[in-house]
Ligand binder design. Structure first.
Ligand SMILES: *[C@@H]1O[C@H](CO)[C@@H](O)[C@H](O)[C@H]1NC(C)=O
Ligand SMILES: *[C@@H]1O[C@H](CO)[C@@H](O)[C@H](O)[C@H]1NC(C)=O
Length: 464
């Protein structure tokens, strides 16, 4: 056999093999059937209870006094117990001790929970039992009359980790009356099971996809068969799951963490790392830090240790975080820095003072502390990434039928370029913003709210 023949046979074999492998690994999957579980292990009588109760946040004096006693001790013994950060290391070794000491001092002496509680309770909260678990949510309807009358669209706002329903505090006002919008919005802001004021699952296995089903039930209980969804971090993940699974209910999705594990999207993203300048523009090359530029692998390994811990042994870490307010705050504050701007790791305060209001960050840290939510919230990673029980990766394999809008914020580390996202989200509207990061509703509420309003106006007029 001549060399030419051999070569053509080889090419044929490789092409056919590659085609088959590509077909099986890159094609869309089938939607899984979700089990309808009783996560709270409640009686069948309780399972049927669909009542909705008012729930204003009112933390007992006892819990506040316990926290105060711990803070007094930790502030007093800080220099004795906590090893100081080395000079000039900023946030490179984790939280900076000097910065943390200032935060704890502020928390103990200046932060006033009762005052903050009033601010948080400005928006009405409720509880209702779904799939056996007591779920906390906020529900805000527009009140002002407009002429001409504007249609009200239901919008489910989803938080992330270590975020909570309080991270939406500042965008509520922008959204509810719908400034520069043909619509106004009825906002439903839930706390996921195991997150502040919502009961955690009593048995293993509840991942992001199961949470999606609970949220669908919540929306239906409130009378909304069809609605929009918005979120970042887990809010983007759960929102994307909802848009894939419940495409008859979700009218459209807005995401700030534009990311997917759809195999074709991942394949394209990997190819983009090998040929960055062919497949991405200059901004994208800089933002997505392709493999051979800026050592992203090192950054990613350095910055995702938390994820590995949560996905394996969340309960051990949970004990430490549940016993020390200083440790608890340190764990949250570390995330606020790198997830907002990757250059702030050099700064002593991690850039946090310039981007956020400390009281607002403490509100979020407080609701986790008083809600005893840290361990149960970290379990979300464990359950979602469990390949044996989680439906998440199966759902990710299926393209989303409904329109999706994504805002690419320059400081968001977990994002993919547009050309890879379109495999999962074929009807993608895509916008870019030069600043802003992972905790955008707290950092740039006006920008996010404006993009959400424009996106939903566009999606509603184009597709419904
Ligand atoms: C909070 O609860 C206490 C009793 O535990 C009660 O005296 C107080 O009025 C409540 N505050 C609010 C704002 O409801
Ligand atoms: C990050 O911070 C640096 C220095 O403060 C600033 O020049 C840059 O624009 C910031 N990047 C983002 C994405 O906000």
């Amino acid at each position: 056999m001549g060399l030419v023949n051999l070569t053509s046979i080889l090419i044929l074999v490789i092409a056919t093999g590659g085609g088959l492998v590509g077909y099986f690994f890159l094609r869309d999957g089938e939607l899984p059937t979700l089990p309808d579980e009783n996560w709270g292990l409640v009686s069948s009588q309780e399972l049927l209870d669909g009542s909705i109760r008012n729930f204003a946040i009112n933390i007992s004096e006892q819990v506040l006094q316990d926290l105060k006693a711990r803070l007094i001790l930790e502030v007093k013994t800080f220099d004795e117990r906590v090893e100081p950060s080395m000079a000039g290391t900023g946030f490179h070794y984790g939280i900076n001790s000097k910065f943390l000491k200032n935060v704890l001092d502020h928390w103990l002496h200046k932060y006033d929970w009762r005052k903050r509680e009033k601010v948080i309770n400005k928006w009405p909260g409720f509880k209702t039992r779904i799939s056996g678990l007591d779920i906390y949510f906020r529900h805000i309807k527009p009140t002002k009359e407009t002429t001409p009358k504007k249609k009200v669209l239901p919008l489910l706002l989803l938080h992330g980790w270590p975020g909570s329903f309080v991270e939406h505090q500042k965008i509520i006002e922008f959204l509810v009356e719908g400034k520069n919008s043909d619509f106004r919005f009825e906002l439903i802001i839930p706390s996921y099971p195991g997150f502040p004021f919502s009961e955690g699952s009593k048995k293993p296995g509840m991942g992001a996809t199961d949470v999606s089903l609970i949220l669908l039930k919540l929306m239906k209980r409130l009378g909304h068969e069809q609605f929009y969804v918005q979120g970042g971090d887990w809010g983007s993940i759960i929102g994307s799951n909802m848009a894939t699974l419940f495409h008859e209910n979700v009218l459209g999705l807005h995401m700030t963490m534009c990311h997917t594990f759809h195999p074709r999207s991942l394949f394209k993203f990997i190819v983009a790392h090998i040929f960055p300048t062919w497949l991405m523009d200059e901004d994208e090359v800089a933002q997505h830090s392709p493999l051979f530029y800026k050592w992203p692998i090192i950054n990613m390994v350095r910055e995702t240790g938390y994820m590995h811990l949560h996905a394996t042994k969340p309960d051990t870490l949970g004990v430490a975080l549940s016993n020390s307010p200083g440790g608890h705050a340190a764990y949250f504050l570390e995330r606020y820095s790198w997830w907002t701007n990757q250059t702030w790791i050099d700064l002593e305060d991690g850039g946090i003072n310039s981007a956020f209001d400390l009281d607002e960050l403490l509100d979020n840290i407080m609701v986790y502390w008083v809600g005893k939510s840290i361990t149960t919230s970290m379990r979300m990673y464990r359950e979602t990434s469990n390949l044996l029980t989680s439906h998440y990766f199966a759902v990710e394999r299926v393209a989303v039928k409904v329109p999706v809008s994504c805002i690419n914020l320059a400081g968001e580390p977990y994002t993919q370029p547009k050309f890879s996202l379109v495999e999962k989200f074929p009807r993608l509207r895509y916008t870019k913003w030069k600043t802003g990061g992972h905790f955008n509703p707290l950092q740039i509420p006006d920008v996010v709210a404006k993009d959400v309003i424009e996106a939903i106006n566009f999606m509603h007029k184009t597709y419904t």
